[in-house]
Design a protein around this ligand. Structure first.
Ligand SMILES: *[C@@H]1O[C@H](CO)[C@@H](O)[C@H](O)[C@H]1NC(C)=O
Ligand SMILES: *[C@@H]1O[C@H](CO)[C@@H](O)[C@H](O)[C@H]1NC(C)=O
Ligand SMILES: *[C@@H]1O[C@H](CO)[C@@H](O)[C@H](O)[C@H]1NC(C)=O
Ligand SMILES: *[C@@H]1O[C@H](CO)[C@@H](O)[C@H](O)[C@H]1NC(C)=O
Length: 459
């Protein structure tokens, strides 16, 4: 009787997986930093990293994933490979070597798929994902899967294929047998010309895809991201931004059907501005990206404590109002803003999507259950832009009218005392100090007590 019940619970668990990962760019990185990344990820409640590998022949690849797998194994943290076929194809085209798509990763798979730290999907087989379909056919993918005897859980990011976001029946008849699950990348920032979403944080572009996945008995991984701003590697564009991340968290908690996995994009992609982990100096090798994304002036780690209550609540089946900070604490929260105004004219090309930008001081706070009468105050250069009551669970706001100078967020108790406030971020400046339309975010966390007027630092 007991044994049967135990088995039934185990099976139920296997069927309804709920795991949260972050997309991790495999770079040249020292061992201590690889280990620190895993410690930080565990501390924020992540289950694992999706290891993004472009050109698999780069000398650092095996070294870096060796550091990660060895440490993950002793920490019960999980890893799986995400083949970045977009970067891999660019690399082999540039070096005029032959592009063999997923076959170029088979050395890695033969060594790591059986590793104790390798993430196992709901079918009991090691999980493999991608970035893009690599321009390959369904037969290409089936042939490759056969080289691994198909004993994998294949959850690719194929949203660059025709009919994907419509969940077209032609899409399913072509790709249905290839995939075990689907992962949608571009839906992370919904208001864009190619997607149906209408506001930052909207999950409506995911809905047809996840419904198609459920109808075909496949899994779904949803993307969660802060923004996309890039001015390097041949790209120059912006996708909002503002309340995208907390709004998507809120929507993911109530959407139906529910996804099986959440993938935060990304842990450490500095060039795309949507990192939540640390940008280590040895991985920053692109000077154009380093201008707007570096750890000393643009740390983003303050996103991490905001996401932890989301992870806990999603796994428990709650909604945004039941999100809670760590027990014994009042709140977790942060503010974020860009440092140049929409009024500026910079001596460089405007990113595509620049007009989506706003001059706003954005914030999110997760308040403990039972708190009452608390308020948030968003202050820009000494001017109170917003003063609003906040409730237990997730609260967020976007205060327009950002001013040049220092930005600050305060959390006040029912007696009007400042109980938490932000530390120092960069000044919003009246020119373009980096010479570019820099839309990366200052991300500044709330800390205990009243920090007073901490000012701002120049960039
Ligand atoms: C990758 O690293 C492992 C040890 O971490 C080693 O055994 C294996 O031979 C390496 N593979 C290649 C292709 O260098
Ligand atoms: C994909 O299939 C085409 C047509 O059969 C073939 O020419 C090509 O080599 C295949 N590519 C890969 C990477 O398998
Ligand atoms: C880091 O960012 C600041 C502010 O944008 C910039 O001035 C500095 O040059 C960057 N650091 C590097 C090493 O590029
Ligand atoms: C940008 O221009 C608008 C319209 O003149 C003005 O209201 C706003 O204060 C300006 N923004 C900043 C940051 O000065």
């Amino acid at each position: 009787m007991q044994a049967t019940l135990g088995l039934a619970l185990l099976l139920a668990d296997t069927v309804r997986t709920k795991a949260v990962f972050a997309h991790y760019m495999v770079n040249s990185i020292i061992k201590d930093h690889a280990q620190q990344d895993i410690d930080d990820a565990i501390a924020m409640g992540l289950d694992g990293f999706a290891l993004n590998i472009g050109d698999s022949t780069q000398s650092f690849v095996n070294t870096t994933i060796g550091y990660l797998f060895n440490y993950a194994a002793v920490k019960s943290f999980k890893l799986f490979i995400s083949m970045d076929l977009s970067a891999a194809t660019a690399a082999c085209t540039a070096s005029q070597t032959s592009c063999n798509g997923p076959y170029d990763y088979n050395d890695i798979f033969s060594y790591y798929l059986g590793h104790s730290a390798y993430y196992v999907g709901p079918n009991g087989d090691p999980m493999i994902s991608t970035y893009s379909a690599g321009g390959l056919t369904n037969t290409n993918w089936t042939d490759w899967k056969n080289t691994l005897a198909s004993v994998i859980y294949f959850i690719p990011e194929f949203d660059d294929t025709d009919g994907y976001y419509q969940a077209a029946s032609s899409w399913w008849s072509y790709w249905g047998d290839v995939v075990d699950g689907l992962f949608s990348w571009d839906a992370a920032w919904p208001p864009s010309s190619s997607l149906s979403g209408t506001y930052p944080g909207d999950v409506s572009p995911d809905l047809p895809v996840i419904k198609g996945a459920v109808a075909h008995d496949k899994g779904y991984m949803i993307a969660l991201s802060s923004l996309q701003y890039k001015d390097s590697y041949g790209g120059n564009y912006y996708r909002a931004g503002d309340l995208n991340l907390p709004t998507r968290m809120q929507n993911i908690l109530t959407m139906s059907p529910r996804p099986d996995f959440v993938e935060i994009i990304t842990w450490n992609d500095g060039a795309e501005s949507h990192y939540i982990g640390t940008i280590w100096p040895e991985q920053s090798t692109n000077p154009a990206a380093e201008i707007y994304a570096n750890q000393s002036s643009w740390p983003h780690n303050a996103w991490e404590p905001l996401i932890t209550p989301f992870i806990n609540t999603w796994k428990a089946g709650g909604t945004a109002s039941s999100m809670a900070p760590p027990s014994g604490t009042i709140a977790v929260g942060l503010m974020w803003y860009k440092t140049i105004s929409q009024n500026e004219t910079c001596p460089s090309t405007q990113p595509t999507g620049w007009e989506e930008g706003t001059d706003s001081l954005n914030w999110a706070i997760v308040l403990a259950a039972g708190s009452s009468g608390m308020q948030v105050r968003a202050i820009s250069n000494g001017v109170v832009l917003q003063n609003v009551g906040v409730n237990p669970g997730l609260n967020m706001g976007s205060a327009l009218g950002l001013q040049y100078g220092a930005q600050m967020l305060q959390l006040l108790d029912s007696g009007g005392n400042v109980v938490m406030s932000t530390g120092q971020g960069a000044c919003v400046c009246s020119d373009c100090p980096d010479g570019i339309y820099n839309m990366n975010l200052q991300v500044v966390g709330l800390v205990d007590g009243n920090q007073g007027n901490v000012g701002c630092f120049d960039i």
